[in-house]
Design a protein around this ligand. Structure first.
Ligand SMILES: [Zn+2]
Length: 567
């Protein structure tokens, strides 16, 4: 009888739900196990921040067996959003440096610079970007003396909005050794005063004279930037992201946050090229760390550039510059070698491909390699922006053999629309930003933003995904409207499918028993609201692993991290 007694005792020990939490009175929606929207009215989670049960309409909400109860007050509850393509540290550094892009006059900019200096007394250099003397209606470049009037005690270095010039104060000119005797390097210009001394602005290649002396960010800078990046994410309802191109410094920053219990947002990392990937992961992908908050999944590679700069590699010349069809960044052999090296060690492969030739070559390489590297690989195309419709059958074969992820950014379609029409002309638009066609191949459609290129805003993306219209409702019928997706596909693209795209579907991405309790409360129902209303969605609360990291009702979101991360 002894084993039975032991079994009974074990059951007794396991049974008391000593600190379960019931969240009831919610209008809950998640992607269910069958891939369709599942509605619920309450959710039970345990002390470790794992979902125990969803309670559906018609089922009885438990009255006891839990320690805490949270009244959802009838609000809309969704799984935490996932952004399948971000640059975490660039997002953080963009938020950390001074942004002058909204300033309307030199005086306004100088006031902002002075205030920023006062707020950051410990920074040895002050770095910023975004100024534009045209916008200020200045009729000339600003000067070092003007910048000195705001900050003179340490170097200030501010990049122009277009990145083609920098504005230095006297301390920064001094640090760069720029004097009346300095010569500008080829392709650059030192703007000078009447007496020949440097006026303060260095154009194009001359900007290295000061730029090269800006101290590289310290570990503390990385930590500060990372904290800001996380805030950018969870205040918009993102509880997980895929970091596309992590360096060793980035990874160490994530690890420091994990060790200090200040890693809130889940990160699926892809190393920047093979070197970073192997440096970080060694013999293969890392384990899931910090209660499923961090994993090195694989490698990020680049097949080509972007349409805007005509660096995307096309099958035929650019419509607005017939002498070029862009450039590959790798030969097909190099691509195959790098992919083999990653696949051999079971790293997941994520390749940036924008132009139709880049996508064709990549798909061809994937199909070849699938002969050797079999199994569930989930090879990712990042952006997959322009695909020749003739190549969809190759995508379907890759999807069927090793698994294919189309990691696409709905907001790129609305932001790029007019530029894309100019670059491609009228006859190559059918395969551009073709979300519905990509899905139809059997590829997994994962959505993201590419922040800091776009804001990490899943609601703008959701609205674009279902409408193919921008924030002004343009064009009225939607652009290439046959490529829009339904609301369920959009929700899955920002939750369950984005998790699947990073081998995380058994951990998070949906609300279901055994998965992490990552969820949000929002003020707008994305399943019924008009696209314009979805775009304006307000995230009321964000919870990761059963802990609240953002509360819009509190000043600054309630100082995320007040509640300890649950292990
Ligand atoms: Zn990117």
């Amino acid at each position: 009888m002894r084993p039975l007694v032991m079994a009974a005792l074990a059951a007794f020990v396991a049974a008391p739900a000593h600190a379960d939490t019931l969240i009831d009175n919610v209008s809950g929606q998640t992607i269910g196990a069958d891939g369709h929207v599942e509605r619920f009215k309450a959710m039970l989670m345990d002390d470790a921040g794992v979902v125990k049960a969803l309670i559906h309409e018609g089922e009885k909400t438990p009255k006891k067996g839990f320690q805490y109860r949270i009244d959802g007050m009838g609000r809309i509850m969704l799984p935490g959003m996932i952004d399948a393509h971000v640059h975490v540290m660039s997002t953080g550094f963009a938020a950390l440096t001074l942004d002058l892009s909204e300033t309307g006059s030199l005086a306004e900019a100088l006031a902002k610079i002075a205030a920023y200096a006062k707020a950051h007394p410990d920074r040895p250099w002050l770095i910023g970007r975004g100024w534009n003397q045209e916008r200020w209606k200045l009729g000339r470049f600003p000067t070092a003396a003007e910048l000195d009037s705001a900050v003179s005690d340490r170097p200030v270095w501010l990049e122009r909005a277009d990145g083609h010039a920098g504005w230095a104060n006297t301390a920064a000119l001094k640090a760069g050794g720029v004097t009346a005797a300095s010569q500008a390097p080829t392709g650059g210009e030192i703007i000078r005063l009447a007496d020949g001394s440097p006026a303060g602005v260095l154009v194009d290649n001359a900007s290295v004279l000061v730029g090269a002396h800006v101290p590289p960010p310290t570990a503390r800078d990385y930590d500060a930037a990372f904290a800001l990046a996380q805030r950018e994410f969870y205040r918009r309802g993102l509880t997980a992201v895929a970091d596309m191109g992590s360096t060793m410094e980035d990874w160490q920053t994530f690890r420091r946050a994990g060790d200090l219990n200040t890693l809130y947002v889940r990160i699926m990392a892809y190393g920047a090229g093979i070197e970073n990937t192997i440096q970080i992961g060694g013999p293969g992908p890392s384990p899931w760390l910090y209660a499923d908050r961090l994993r090195l999944n694989g490698v990020k590679l680049y097949m080509d550039g972007a349409l805007g700069s005509r660096g995307a590699w096309l099958k035929a010349p650019y419509a607005d510059r017939p002498d070029t069809r862009g450039l590959p960044r790798l030969t097909q052999t190099q691509l195959g070698n790098l992919m083999s090296r990653a696949a051999m060690d079971n790293y997941q492969i994520a390749v940036h491909a924008i132009g139709d030739e880049a996508n064709a070559v990549l798909l061809g390489s994937m199909e070849d390699l699938a002969q050797t590297y079999k199994g569930d690989r989930r090879w990712r195309i990042e952006h997959a922006q322009v695909i020749d419709p003739a190549d969809w059958p190759i995508a379907a074969r890759v999807a069927k053999s090793v698994g294919l992820v189309a990691s696409m950014q709905p907001v790129h379609q609305t932001s790029d629309r007019l530029m894309t029409e100019a670059r491609l002309g009228p006859n190559r638009l059918a395969g551009a930003y073709a979300w519905a066609s990509a899905k139809a191949t059997g590829a997994v459609l994962a959505f993201g933003s590419d922040t800091p290129v776009e804001l990490p805003d899943p609601w703008a993306g959701f609205a674009a995904a279902i409408s193919r219209q921008d924030e002004n409702g343009q064009p009225p019928q939607g652009w290439q409207p046959q490529e829009r997706v339904d609301r369920e596909t959009a929700l899955a693209g920002y939750t369950a499918q984005a998790a699947y795209a990073g081998f995380a579907e058994k951990r998070f991405g949906r609300l279901a028993p055994g998965l992490r309790a990552d969820f949000i409360f929002v003020d707008t129902d994305p399943m019924t609201a008009a696209p314009d209303a979805i775009r304006k969605t307000r995230v009321l609360e964000t919870w990761v692993g059963g802990g609240k990291v953002w509360d819009a009702a509190k000043p600054d979101g309630g100082a995320a991290g007040a509640e300890p991360v649950k292990k």
